[in-house]
Each structure stands twice: as structure tokens, then as C-alpha cells.
Design a binder for this molecule. Structure first.
Ligand code: PLP
Length: 401
């Protein structure tokens, strides 16, 4: 039989190793579920909270009232207006609803942006380490993701100097994430401004994934790139989502903000590829911006911060050094070199499997996040209750303490 010919585009997509580890963890979890040490999942990048009551009620109402037909490809106008209002009240940023396009999560937003702007063969610079799917959105649009190694001193983010040094005639732009997955660190606002000013001066594009922006814990960070002064914020492309701050991962809802001239182009692609994002999820999301829901989200943000403040010093104490204190998101990117030696293994991949077996702790090895010393790092997610994090520390203490 002639073998099925798979497109080169699809062959370029690497496996998402997180899922391999997650599969092994799920199998072991079933075996140890009824022991004194059930599995603790610190590998998953999603909030342990679910959508708050008003959001759930709004979804039920939309279904009950039959508000389930397609919406416009760009989403409900009322939702675009609410998001615009949120930018104004929370971030003091002036973002017209016409620049906001509602999508099926940040994932669809990233696809739309890449398809609209990247030509085959274009290079897109991004930091190493970074969220693996971002590389693949670029390669699905037939561009090349160029990983630029970063250091802890740079908060694992690109600097303007590095962008300038890496820029060639093939470079089309940069794809940043602030705060970042897997490090939880943001780009300093001045540095971001310098990067974007340079990129813009070269006629390039700055895409910034701000999916964790709502979960920022430090005054110096947590500013949207869209608020950049002197008109620079007007030509940024910012990606965001209801998945993380709004605790709605499985509802598949996000958005992107684009320069006004790009909105009709994105609309055309979205009409064809997706028709529209989930109508029920959109009606539910309107309730995210009610004062009661926003108060709940802020309470949860404080909880995420408390978890970070507890867990990261504990990791450092146990020799799992986190080189930069995260200022946002819910991750800790820790150097496990010494801890792995203590367990008699080398490299974060084997270390992750040892921790899974010996402590029933699921974590994510660095392999997914880039090529810069991935064997040194593991990613912990602190999107877990404080009691679970305390239990995780006790188990870590036993096996590597
Ligand atoms: C940095 C980053 N971007 C995008 C996504 C995709 O999120 P969504 O659920 O909104 O598609 C994730 C999910 O973990 C992420 O960490």
C-alpha cells in the first residue's frame, strides 16, 4: 500500500512532550489513587479554580434562552466593549472595541495573527525558553521560529540588543510572552519599548502574548504593551485569553488586539477558518466583568501570589534554584541539576520521572521549552491549593532534602 503522504508543514510540528509526561502521570495516578500518597499534579498549566458563579449562571441562561446561534466572526460587540472597558479600568489603556477580535482561546488568536502576517520563509524571533506551541503557530504559517537564547539576568526575555543582533533581512518580527510560560517573568517596560521601537523602525511586527497579564503580582510589571506611549501601543499585536486570569480554560475563549487596519484582514480569515468563537462561552464571559466576578478574580490573584510567595523560597531552600523570582503567572522554572544528582540521575527528563515514581509528584521537564539547557530545568505549576503545595514540599524534602 502507498504510504499516506504527510505535509511537510505537519511534519515540522514537534510532539508536545508535556503531554507524554502527563500521560505517564495519569497512568500512575490511577494506581496510587487510594494510597496515602495520591499523585499531586504540578505539571499542568491551568488554574485549579473554575469560572465563578455569575459566569456559570450566564452560560446556563444563554443555553436556556436559546442564545446559541453563530455570532459575528469578530465576536459579540458587547463583549468587545467589555474587554475595552477592562483595559481602561485595569490598565489605563485606550483600546477601541474595533481593534479587539474574540477568538477560540489565545491559541486561535495566535494562529490568526501568524496567518495574517507571516509569509513562507519569514523568520520570527522568540526567546528560548518559551511556550512551545508559539513556535508551532509560526511554523504552521510556514515561517521559521528562531529561538534566541536568554539568561536569568535578562529575566529569560529578549532584550533590544539581542533582537538587533539577531535581526536579518529575513526577519519579520518578534513573538514575545510577558509574563512568560515557563518562567513567569515579564519584560521590563523600558526594554519592551526599546524592542518594539526597533522592530517597528524595521517595518517588522511585535506580537506579544499577554495571556498571563491579569496574573501579575508586581507594580513594576503587569502593564499591557498596548498602553505604550507615543502611538507605539497602537501598532502592537497583543494576544490574550479567558483561560488563565478568568479561569475558563475549557471554554475556549480568548482575543487579540490588532492595529485598526489589520482588523478586517483578521475578520476575513476568522470568518473562513472558525466562523465564530463559542457563542455560549461569549455570553458567559460577559459576566466576567461584573463587579462581583472581578472581585472574585482579584481574590484568586491574591491566592496565586500567596502560593508563589510560599513555594518558590521552599524550592530554593531544597536546592531547586529558581534563578529569577516570577512576577506573574503560576510557574516556577527551577534548576534541578544538583537535585537530580542527589537522586542518582542526570537531566530534567529523568528527574521528572524519578519524582513521579518516588514522590508521586508530576512536573514538566524543560525539553518542550527550547534548546537552551532544557536538561537543567523543570517547570512546576503552582496552580494548585496551598495544602497540595505544602504536601509537595514535604515529599520533595523526603526525596531530595
Ligand atoms: C503562553 C501561552 N500562550 C497561549 C496559551 C494557550 O492558551 P488558550 O487556552 O487561551 O488557547 C497558553 C496555554 O497554556 C500559554 O501558556
Amino acid at each position: 500500500m502507498t504510504p499516506l503522504r504527510i505535509a511537510r508543514r505537519a511534519q515540522r510540528i514537534e510532539p508536545f512532550y508535556v503531554m507524554e509526561v502527563a500521560k505517564a502521570a495519569a497512568t500512575l495516578a490511577r494506581e496510587v489513587a487510594h494510597t496515602s500518597r495520591p499523585m499531586i499534579f504540578l505539571n499542568i498549566g491551568e488554574p485549579d479554580f473554575t469560572a465563578p458563579p455569575l459566569v456559570q449562571q450566564a452560560a446556563a441562561r444563554a443555553i436556556h434562552d436559546g442564545n446559541t446561534q453563530y455570532t459575528q466572526a469578530t465576536g459579540l460587540q458587547s463583549l468587545r466593549e467589555r474587554i475595552s472597558g477592562w483595559y481602561a479600568s485595569r490598565f489605563q489603556a485606550d483600546v477601541a472595541p474595533a481593534r479587539i477580535i474574540i477568538t477560540a482561546g489565545a491559541s486561535a488568536a495566535l494562529q490568526l495573527a501568524c496567518l495574517a502576517l507571516i509569509e513562507a520563509g519569514d523568520d520570527i524571533l522568540m526567546p528560548d525558553p518559551s511556550y512551545p506551541c508559539n513556535r508551532h503557530f509560526v511554523s504552521a504559517a510556514e515561517g521559521n521560529a528562531v529561538l534566541v537564547p536568554t539568561s536569568a539576568a535578562e529575566r529569560f526575555q529578549l532584550s533590544s540588543a539581542k533582537v538587533q543582533a539577531a535581526w536579518t533581512e529575513r526577519t519579520r518580527g518578534v513573538l514575545l510572552a510577558s509574563p512568560s510560560n515557563p518562567t513567569g517573568t515579564s519584560i521590563a517596560p523600558d526594554e519592551l519599548r526599546r524592542i518594539h521601537a526597533f522592530v517597528h523602525s524595521r517595518g517588522g511586527i511585535t506580537l506579544i502574548d499577554e495571556i498571563y497579564l491579569g496574573l501579575s503580582y508586581e507594580e513594576n510589571f503587569g502593564h499591557t504593551a498596548l498602553a505604550m506611549a507615543d502611538g507605539l501601543g497602537q501598532n502592537i499585536i497583543s494576544i490574550n485569553s479567558f483561560s488563565k486570569y478568568f479561569n475558563m480554560t475549557g471554554w475556549r475563549l480568548g482575543w487579540l488586539v490588532v492595529p485598526e487596519e489589520l482588523a478586517p484582514v483578521i475578520e476575513r480569515i476568522a470568518q473562513n477558518l472558525f466562523i465564530c468563537p463559542s457563542t455560549v462561552a461569549q455570553h458567559a464571559a460577559l459576566a466576567c466583568f461584573e463587579p462581583e466576578s472581578l472581585a472574585e478574580y482579584e481574590r484568586r490573584r491574591a491566592e496565586f501570589k500567596a502560593r508563589r510567595d510560599y513555594f518558590i523560597p521552599e524550592l530554593n531552600r531544597l536546592g531547586l534554584k529558581v534563578p529569577v523570582m516570577p512576577d506573574g503567572a503560576f510557574y516556577a522554572y527551577a534548576d534541578c541539576t544538583d537535585a537530580a544528582k542527589r537522586l542518582g540521575v542526570s537531566g530534567s527528563w529523568d528527574f521528572a520521572f524519578e519524582l513521579m515514581q518516588r514522590a508521586h509528584l508530576a512536573v514538566t521537564p524543560g525539553r518542550d521549552f527550547g534548546t537552551m539547557a532544557p536538561e537543567r530545568y523543570i517547570r512546576f505549576s503552582t496552580a494548585n491549593s496551598m495544602a497540595q503545595l505544602q504536601e509537595a514540599v514535604a515529599r520533595l524534602e523526603k526525596v531530595i532534602g
